[in-house]
Design a protein around this ligand. Structure first.
Ligand code: EPU
Length: 339
């Protein structure tokens, strides 16, 4: 393992912003994780685990500790029956190549999560979701190094506290666990309608009537390529804001502001409001603030066009949050984690 010093985080985050990491190391085995972690602790250094850097924002001061870049590989079938196959995936695997392999194996469960950048180990952290699937629906369990007890533990799905774009890993237990591998239980049955609205429309428009995992993957890849900028070409972190969850008592006030406000019933008297729509209503869609462009095809996405610092991004973000607050009296939330 090579330990590097003063590594610019802008080279390892898809927003391409952020100051230097004091130390930076790539780990390829669970044992290396423990070794690096313990060394960091004896030197009182903070630790941050980085995957593909596609859902992480680094600030201009950088990180005064050690960045562990997760590179643990692995893809193997660990259980198989007539209905399902369970695969074990190393946290450092590229997420989309995992999806691609499961689709080739005709397994269903993560095909709608095609084309999402980053590593497999990042997916449970924010309970990645798209086009009607969330990883929490297929994660059976995961293995993590518990830095509090200095032991590897298996956390069952229920232990991970999955909710919309959230889990214990970025919530109550932030910094405690280092995920090293994940078990996904996938189905051998073909995907069943009804699908997420954008997929239904796509299938109808393309006269697709046989719904295979391959058909879902290609549809998702096609839809994404039109709505979400490729971070390799245009720096971004996918959705920069979470969709907004409100309680039913808030709805009448919001409808008084705009009767056309779209809402999705989530049960338990909670409703999801598309934050992209809220931003669009402020007139900011397609505008550039401090070098950050509010994507003209999806206002939830911010593209770093010419921002040179985290300060630019933060200024743009705060203006957008302020504009939504002024119009709707709602506080919208940033989605990517901040180092
Ligand atoms: N909408 C607008 N204006 C916009 C953007 C969206 O009116 O500028 C409306 C759409 O018309 C639609 C609704 O908002 O009625 C929802 O839009 P869409 O289905 O495109 O998805 P999203 O809410 O913008 C979420 C995820 C995406 C995921 C898509 C598809 C979050 C934070 N984002 O976006 O995830 O790909 O659904 O399932 O939940 C990511 O997390 O990085 C990400 C890309």
């Amino acid at each position: 393992m090579d330990i590097h010093t003063n590594i610019p985080l802008k080279n390892f985050t898809t927003m391409r912003l952020g100051g230097p990491a004091r130390f930076f190391v790539e780990v390829r085995t669970p044992e290396e994780v423990v070794e690096v972690y313990k060394n960091a602790k004896t030197q009182n250094l903070p630790v941050f685990i980085l995957g593909g850097g596609s859902n992480v924002i680094a600030t201009d001061v950088g990180f005064a500790g050690i960045i562990i870049r997760m590179r643990i590989p692995g893809f193997s079938v660990v259980a198989d029956d007539i209905n399902s196959t369970t695969i074990q995936v190393g946290a450092g695997e590229s997420w989309d190549s995992v999806v691609e392999r499961t689709v080739t194996m005709n397994l269903s469960g993560i095909e709608a999560l095609s084309g999402i950048p980053g590593t497999a180990g990042g997916t449970p952290i924010q309970n990645v979701g798209a086009y009607g699937q969330e990883v929490s629906e297929t994660i059976e369990s995961l293995v993590a190094y518990d830095t509090q007890t200095d032991a590897f533990v298996t956390l069952a799905n229920i232990d991970c506290g999955f909710t919309y774009r959230d889990s214990i890993f970025r919530g109550v237990d932030m910094g405690r666990y280092i995920v090293t591998s994940i078990l996904f239980k996938l189905s051998k049955n073909p995907p069943q309608p009804p699908f997420y609205e954008a997929l239904q429309t796509y299938f109808a428009e393309h006269s697709i009537t046989i719904f295979t995992v391959q058909a879902v993957r290609s549809a998702v890849l096609d839809i994404r390529s039109n709505k979400l900028p490729d971070p390799a070409l245009l720096p971004n972190t996918g959705s920069f804001f979470k969709n907004t969850i409100v309680e039913d008592w808030q709805l009448s006030g919001l409808r008084a502001i705009d009767p056309n406000i779209p809402t999705y019933d989530m049960g338990d008297d909670r409703y999801k409001i598309p934050t992209g729509w809220l931003i669009e209503q402020t007139g900011l869609k397609g505008k550039v603030l401090h070098g950050m462009k509010i994507h003209d095809k999806n206002a939830l996405v911010l593209i770093n066009e010419s921002a040179t610092s985290y300060a630019d991004l933060a200024a743009a973000r705060d203006e957008i949050i302020g504009a939504v607050r002024d119009k709707f009296q709602i506080q919208i939330e940033q989605e990517p984690l901040e180092i």
